[in-house]
Write a protein that binds this ligand. Structure first.
Ligand SMILES: [Zn+2]
Length: 137
C-alpha cells in the first residue's frame, strides 16, 4: 500500500498531471503555439494568449531557489520539522516539492537537484509524488 499523504486538491488540470505521474512521467502544460510552459496549468497562455496546450515532458532537473522548514505540524502525514523547496526547472517553471537524500543544512541556493519518485495515496487513489534529490553519479 502506498504512503498516506494529505488530500490533493483536484481539478481537471491536476487530474491530468497526476495521471502522468502514475507512469512516473513529469509533464507540465506547455503552450502549443509559443512553447512557453504554463505552470500552474490554466486555460490560456500568459505570453501569447493561446488556448492551445499540450502536456510536455520536462527534464526533471532544476536549481534550488528557496526552501522553508515548517516547525509546526500542519498535516498528520507530515510531522514537523518538514521542509519544502522551490526549484527553477531547466525549462523555466518554478516547482514546489520536497528534498530527499539531502540534509536541510546542506541545501544551497542554485544547487542542482534531480527528479525522484516516491509513492502516495489519498482519497483520490494512488499516485507517484515527484520529489528532488542530488543527481545520481
Ligand atoms: Zn503561448
Amino acid at each position: 500500500m502506498a504512503t498516506a499523504r494529505p488530500i490533493r486538491s483536484m481539478d481537471p488540470y491536476a487530474e491530468q498531471f497526476w495521471t502522468y505521474t502514475l507512469k512516473k512521467e513529469l509533464r507540465l502544460q506547455k503552450c502549443s503555439d509559443c512553447g512557453k510552459f504554463r505552470w500552474p496549468p490554466g486555460p490560456t497562455c500568459d505570453k501569447c494568449l493561446s488556448e492551445e496546450a499540450e502536456w510536455a515532458p520536462v527534464s526533471g532537473r532544476g536549481k534550488v531557489l528557496s526552501w522553508t522548514t515548517f516547525r509546526r505540524k500542519y498535516f498528520d502525514e507530515y510531522p514537523a520539522p518538514h521542509t519544502t523547496i522551490v526549484l527553477e526547472l531547466d525549462e523555466g517553471p518554478l516547482f514546489v516539492s520536497y528534498p530527499v537524500d539531502v540534509a536541510v543544512e546542506d541545501l544551497r541556493e542554485s544547487m542542482v537537484l534531480s527528479l525522484r519518485w516516491t509513492d502516495g495515496q489519498d482519497k483520490f487513489g494512488e499516485y507517484n509524488l515527484p520529489v528532488f534529490g542530488p543527481p545520481s553519479a
